[in-house]
Design a protein around this ligand. Structure first.
Ligand SMILES: [Fe+2]
Length: 155
């Protein structure tokens, strides 16, 4: 079996592993929750929010892949299993069933704010051990902050 070695070792590798795995779980669950609300949404602003939620899913999936592949390049194993996401996600979970547009906007605003905050914490801790991973996390934070703004503006 091939051994994947990367440039990091020791504590630096552990710090980056935690940051990347945390980001992966945030992004994968964000992609799932955005789809959940994309499907169960009701209300007069249905169309625009329905479409905007798919933008969130698309960017979350894209960034999840980038983050996971960065982990692999460092010799780490990304864990994107549903069971792992279910047990480790920090995203607040909306009730199952219909969800009105105003509630979706409020819920997504809160979720994106929390995810953005955690991404900035990850940007901070990866600064010294791995600026390359940090750069990817900054790109994630930029898109999360942008979506946060666009949902917040609809409140
Ligand atoms: Fe759809």
């Amino acid at each position: 079996m091939a051994t994947i070695t990367g440039p990091l070792s020791g504590d630096a590798k552990k710090t980056v592993a935690t940051a990347l795995q945390g980001a992966l779980v945030d992004l994968l669950d964000l992609s799932l929750l955005a789809k959940q609300m994309h499907w169960n949404l009701t209300g007069p602003h249905f169309r625009q929010i329905h479409l905007q939620l798919d933008e969130v899913t698309a960017l979350a999936r894209e960034h999840a892949d980038t983050i996971a592949e960065r982990a692999v390049a460092l010799g780490l194993n990304p864990d994107g299993r549903a069971a792992t996401i279910a047990k480790s996600t920090k995203l607040s979970q909306p009730e199952n069933g219909w969800i009105e547009d105003g509630k979706v906007v409020a819920t997504m605003t809160d979720i994106l704010e929390a995810v953005g905050k955690r991404m900035r914490e990850r940007v901070a801790v990866t600064d010294e051990p791995d600026p390359v991973s940090q750069d990817l996390l900054i790109a994630v934070a930029q898109d999360i902050d942008k979506q946060h703004w666009m949902f917040q503006a609809q409140r």
